[in-house]
Design a protein around this ligand. Structure first.
Ligand code: ARG
Length: 415
């Protein structure tokens, strides 16, 4: 009896060809597993296609809730943005897919998993590392990394084997999407000087075409998790979908990123992430009000480490547990509401409030009711500046090049 392989199946050209290729190359039965992470798609059509192309079984799992609860919200609480720009939509979905792939593989008694990643990207790393951590005995097959076919050859292969070629194949772009965002690359986007053509965007209106009237939205957070919109309680999936639509309509959330892949390549990717953009902005605005200066600074470092870890495929690491524990602890008082104005491609924070706000009007005000003791500043400044003043008197003002050198170092002479 041939052995079984569970393939992460998207319904696209590569993974469809992979079903046939796996059967031909390894004489295995292929079980197709499609995971719904909020990529709007006709999943029963995807399922039918897998069977038609030759899968012995085609499963679809709705992973949206798991994705939001265990991946998106923790990343939001951490403010994870890779290289300060990319909200990590694709990167966050891979460990969830790997986990479900492993679960199904074990349940089906199969001995290998397969995925459609090439050998040039980050996704192969995320899948392989995650599978190796979760089930080290499973074999991993990555057909597109092995078969060495160009896109044209893949299309020929599909034609020869009667594999329906999706209409999207005529599109020059490679697209991945889920609740947290849409990633677009290839085609003209490979030229970093070329402005992304309007056709690459499907979630966001061009800011110029966006409504002439702004929309205001109020997002309520509880311990760093968004729970309400305009006072109405919503589950995470619905809340994100709603914000994708609303902010997308105003052209908010377009990102053009030259990013550093783990495999050493700089690549240009366009992202559409309306909900992620708005939520990250609102969350940080609330943190600014409820966390101390020191907490905010330390948390920025954690955010960077956390984003790198997600990007680099190390989700299932002990470092993740350690950092998550810190992030969770930091969110105890991040409860309150943030109001944003969405208008012609920009989202602006226009209001925030929290029962745990550290903003104290009687300290901040320049009007009556001021309790800040201005005379205390004199002594404070005296001590704060003491080390600089002492050092300047001993070293800087006595400098033989004269006090002008305090203007900064001279430029080195040429030659
Ligand atoms: N560069 C992003 C990442 O590594 C997205 C990768 C998938 N992009 C795509 N257009 N298929 O996470």
């Amino acid at each position: 009896m041939p052995d079984k392989v569970v393939l992460a199946y998207s319904g696209g050209l590569d993974t469809s060809v992979a079903i046939k290729w796996l059967k031909e190359t390894y004489s295995v039965d292929v079980i197709a597993l499609t995971i719904d992470v909020g990529n709007e798609r006709d999943f029963s059509a995807v399922q039918q296609k897998a069977l038609k192309v030759g899968a012995v079984k085609a499963l679809v799992i709705d992973g949206k809730e798991l994705f939001v609860k265990y991946f998106i919200f923790p990343a939001l609480q951490a403010n994870a943005l890779y290289e300060g720009q990319y909200p990590l939509a694709t990167a966050l979905s891979r460990p969830l897919m790997a986990k479900l792939l492993v679960d199904v593989t074990l349940a089906e008694g199969a001995s290998a998993v397969a995925h459609g990643c090439t050998g040039k990207g980050n996704d192969q790393v995320r899948f392989d590392v995650s599978v190796n951590v979760l089930a080290p005995d499973l074999k991993i097959i990555a057909p597109a990394r092995e078969w060495g076919m160009t896109r044209e050859k893949t299309i020929n292969y599909a034609q020869r084997h009667g594999i329906p070629i999706p209409v999207t194949v005529s599109s020059p772009y490679s697209i991945d999407e889920n609740l947290w965002g849409r990633s677009i690359e290839c085609g003209v986007l490979e030229d970093p000087w070329a402005e992304p053509p309007e056709e690459v965007f499907t979630w966001t209106k061009s800011p110029g075409q966006a409504p002439d009237k702004p929309d205001y939205v109020e997002i309520g957070f509880e311990k760093g998790i968004p729970t309400t919109i305009d006072g109405q309680e919503l589950d995470g999936v619905t809340l994100i979908q709603h914000l994708n639509e609303l902010a997308g309509k105003h052209g908010v959330g377009r990102i053009d990123h030259i990013e550093d892949r783990l495999v050493g390549i700089k690549s240009r990717e366009i992202y559409e992430a309306p909900a992620a953009t708005v939520l990250l902005q609102a969350h940080q605005a609330l943190e600014a009000m409820t966390l101390s200066k020191d907490q905010l600074r330390f948390k920025q470092k954690v955010a960077m480490e956390y984003a790198d870890l997600i990007y680099n495929g190390l989700w299932f690491s002990q470092l993740n547990r350690d950092l998550s524990a810190y992030v969770l602890s930091s969110q105890r008082y991040v409860t309150g509401a943030v109001r944003l104005k969405l208008f012609k491609g920009s989202s602006t924070i226009v209001g925030r409030k929290s029962p745990h706000s550290l903003y104290c009007l009687s300290l901040a005000t320049y009007d009556k009711g001021d309790i800040f003791d201005q005379s205390a500043s004199v002594g404070f400044i005296h001590l704060w500046g003491l080390p600089v003043k002492t050092q300047a008197q001993v070293q800087l003002l006595g400098d033989k090049e004269g006090p002008l050198s305090i203007m900064g170092p001279k430029e080195p002479e040429e030659g």
